[in-house]
Design a protein around this ligand. Structure first.
Ligand code: PEP
Ligand code: MG
Length: 566
């Protein structure tokens, strides 16, 4: 009998194939009384070092095969291994007569459960990383290897996948991932999306009862998993897979063509990029420029901020790759959920409302100007545009612009070559800016609407917090109204307005954004071909009518239902 399970869509795409239940075997932690405590400490030290080496190698592989953002997960894990509190706790246990395996296990469990009890969702999610790192060290200490071997192409069913487990599975054999636990922003979801493998998470324990070899149909877009489908269902799904493949093929062929609506209105389609590899990917997928270069990748996992020259080289490489296409670079946006080891501000009750982004940059003018000088130098001969993140007030824009002018002056006085006539913009991600957009429009050359943050601040629903994720939808009419206002203010002032939050690549949201008059959409590179196709399918006038009706609805669900019915 066909059974359907509904989970959380985590990575889009369709897959048909046999089930394979994959359980990383729970490790039996060896327990004994060590004869030589010094040797035991050394054994743990060596295993940690070995694990760090493995993780850095894995980060290297992931960076080249998937992307720098995903690789950072493993860099961060390697850093856990050097965490002083964790190591001290394990070593103290060894000194009291406990063997390395048990000492390491207890220390990891202690910190993992502390993290699990945190009110902050991002910190809670780290407990899985601590256990993942813990497991890697046990495997080395006990000389076992849990890497699975997949005999044939299968749909992997599992409780939850740790990032390192997802990364070591043979991708050519994985048709889809289906997990009992996990949320839409879990690591499985991030990696699966980056790998282009369909995934459904949070399916509940029932998914673990499906016997191996059961035929499954996975729809990563709707989050529906069907087991033991009828022959009609299989035939129908087979058709959908075929049609989907043809559609993707067509989209790819047209990816480098511009995106014009049916009545000839052009929308610029750009990419969100967080590394040099991402920039290459963006070009392969038909990006007309970079709409958001997140510069954090240069700053995370470092004990010191990168110097001007290091930044210059990285920016230059990306700008050279992009040639004369526009490149919008965002100045450093750390704080919130993105920590940098060299900036320790202590505990904040509400990090997303705390010391973040431009607030930090304006307090550290020397570091901020070093980034601006590096950008100005790297931008010589290119269409470089600079934008400031998390702007809340007009004073912040003015202060940032005056530091920018100082950076220009310093380079000019030093006789350095630099970009001239560059556009300066701001991210619109705080409601205060959307409300006063008219005033902000007089200060800048462009707006880029960061709907990820704008949505969380408008609806007071923390991004990444599963329990409020039903509220966190940028299609909410309140957010749409803000976008409408921002675009209107921009056009009145003769400047352009783009969207660079996840919403820009959301095929349901794109027609509404078109209708609201957005000039540019910037998204993750792999979303570009299908986003362009959506633009081509809509006449502007109809999109305007759709947007007008969306603004009158009560909630995001109704908006999505309406778009779906068009
Ligand atoms: C946003 O907030 O929409 C955005 C693009 O910035 P980030 O996701 O980096 O906060
Ligand atoms: Mg943001």
């Amino acid at each position: 009998m066909t059974v359907e399970l509904k989970g959380i869509p985590a990575a889009p795409g369709l897959a048909k194939g046999p089930a394979l239940r994959w359980d990383p075997r729970p490790l039996q932690i060896l327990k004994f009384i060590p004869a030589d405590l010094h040797a035991e400490r050394t054994r743990l030290g060596d295993a940690r070092q070995n694990a760090a080496k493995q993780l850095r190698e894995l980060a290297g592989q992931v960076a080249s095969q998937i992307g720098e953002t995903e690789a950072a997960l493993f860099e961060a894990q390697a850093m856990f291994l050097e965490d002083a509190a964790l190591v001290q706790k394990a070593e103290a246990a060894i000194d009291s007569g406990v063997n390395a395996e048990q000492a390491w296990h207890d220390a990891c469990e202690y910190f993992a459960s502390q993290l699990e009890a945190m009110p902050d969702e991002t910190l809670r999610a780290r407990s899985a990383d601590v256990r993942d790192v813990g497991r890697r060290v046990f495997e080395i200490l006990m000389g076992v290897k849990a890497a699975p071997t997949l005999a044939k192409q299968s749909i992997i069913l599992t409780r939850d996948l740790a990032p390192s487990q997802t990364a070591v599975l043979d991708k050519s054999k994985v048709l889809a991932f289906c997990t009992a636990e996990g949320g839409p922003t879990s690591h499985t979801a991030i990696l699966a999306k980056a790998l282009g493998i369909p995934a459904i998470v949070g399916l509940g324990d029932a998914v673990l009862d499906i016997p191996d070899e059961t035929l499954l149909l996975v729809d990563g877009t709707t989050g529906i998993l069907a087991s033991n489908p009828t022959s009609e269902l299989v035939a129908d799904f087979g058709q959908r897979i075929l049609a989907d493949g043809e559609k993707r093929q067509r989209e790819h062929e047209l990816a480098t063509q511009p995106a014009l609506t049916r009545d000839g209105h052009r929308v610029e389609i750009a990419a969100n990029v967080g590394s040099v590899d991402d920039a290459r990917l963006a070009l392969q997928h038909g990006a007309e420029g970079i709409g958001l270069l997140r510069t954090e990748f240069l700053f995370l996992n470092r004990s010191q901020p990168p110097d001007e020259q290091t930044q210059y080289s990285a920016y230059r490489t990306i700008l050279d790759l992009m040639g004369n296409r526009p490149v919008v670079v965002r100045t450093l946006d750390v704080g919130g959920d993105k920590e940098v080891p060299y900036l320790d501000f202590g505990h904040e009750a509400n990090p997303f409302l705390g010391y973040r982004a431009i607030r930090i940059s304006l307090d550290h003018p020397d570091d901020f100007k070093a980034q601006l000088r590096a950008l100005l130098r790297a931008g010589a001969g290119h269409d470089l545009r600079i934008m400031f993140p998390m702007i809340a007030s007009l004073e912040e824009v003015r202060k940032a612009k005056s530091l920018f002018a100082e950076a220009q002056m310093e380079l000019r006085n030093a006789g350095r070559k630099m970009a001239e006539d560059i556009q300066i913009g701001i991210m619109v991600e705080i409601p205060s800016v959307a409300l006063l957009a008219e005033r902000f429009a007089r200060e800048v050359h462009f707006f880029s609407i960061g709907t990820n943050d704008l949505t969380q601040y408008t609806l007071a629903a923390e991004r990444g917090n599963k329990r409020v994720s039903h509220l966190n939808d940028p299609c909410h009419p309140a957010v749409l109204k803000e976008i409408q206002q921002v675009v209107h203010a921009a056009h009145q002032a003769g400047i352009w307005a783009g969207v660079c939050g996840e919403m820009a690549g959301d095929t349901q949201a794109i027609p509404i954004l078109l209708g609201l008059g957005v000039d540019e959409l910037s998204m993750s590179p792999r979303q570009i071909p299908s986003a362009k196709q959506v633009v081509r399918n809509w006449p502007l006038l109809e999109a305007q009518e759709l947007a007008r009706r969306a603004l009158e609805l009560d909630n995001a669900r109704a908006v999505r239902q309406m778009v779906g019915g068009y």
